[in-house]
Design a protein around this ligand. Structure first.
Ligand code: RP5
Length: 181
């Protein structure tokens, strides 16, 4: 049921996720309730042509799956992991403890505390176990940061990132110009 929901949501978004190509980025989240936020990361990666996979992996509800996912990710060819969770958001940190790969954490606003709980749970990592934390609910930036990380060893990808930045700038300038008229 979960997989069907996942695939149909990603299909609605036009995402080519779960493709035949070996995924370079693993997008994981604690619950299917995180998907409306986390699908933005998949959308960005698809836009840049970066293969990715999306899975539900919970630190608390499926700890064995979290362990096997994180400890096998590198051998499967994953290069960056994006992990989103809300509340007592332990998933990104635990995954970072289990893999040498870079982990990007997305605090999901999931509770009555407006996402502050998720943000602090993810960002306050102990020395030695880094998680690159983006803003609350900002899975778009997680996708963009993954592209930049992969771009260090992929000139084409980095060129696409530069183009994206130029497009973003032009977009803002156009809007500013319109306002002045
Ligand atoms: C976390 O608990 C998940 O990442 C989610 O953000 C939050 C609530 O999960 P559900 O109760 O909606 O499944 O583990």
């Amino acid at each position: 049921v979960l997989e069907a929901r996942l695939n149909s949501m990603l299909k609605e978004e036009g995402s080519e996720n779960q493709s035949e190509v070996a995924p370079r980025v693993g997008i994981i989240m604690g619950s299917d309730s995180d998907l409306p936020v986390m699908k933005d990361a998949a959308r960005i990666l698809d836009m840049f042509g970066v293969s990715n996979e999306v899975q539900i992996v919970s630190a608390h509800r499926t700890p064995e799956l979290m362990f096997s996912y994180a400890s096998s990710a590198r051998a499967r060819g994953i290069q960056v992991i994006i992990a989103g969770a809300g509340g007592a958001a332990h998933l990104p940190g635990m995954v970072a403890a289990l893999t040498p790969l870079p982990v990007i954490g997305v605090p999901v606003r999931a509770s009555t505390l407006d996402g502050i709980d998720s943000l602090l749970s993810i960002v306050q990592m102990p020395r030695g176990v880094p998680v690159a934390t983006v803003a609350v609910n900002n899975a778009t930036n997680a996708g963009l940061l993954a592209v930049r990380m992969l771009g260090v060893g992929d000139a084409d990808l980095l060129a696409r990132m530069s183009q994206y930045q130029e497009d973003t700038r032009d977009d803002v300038l156009k809007k500013a110009e319109k306002l002045q008229k």
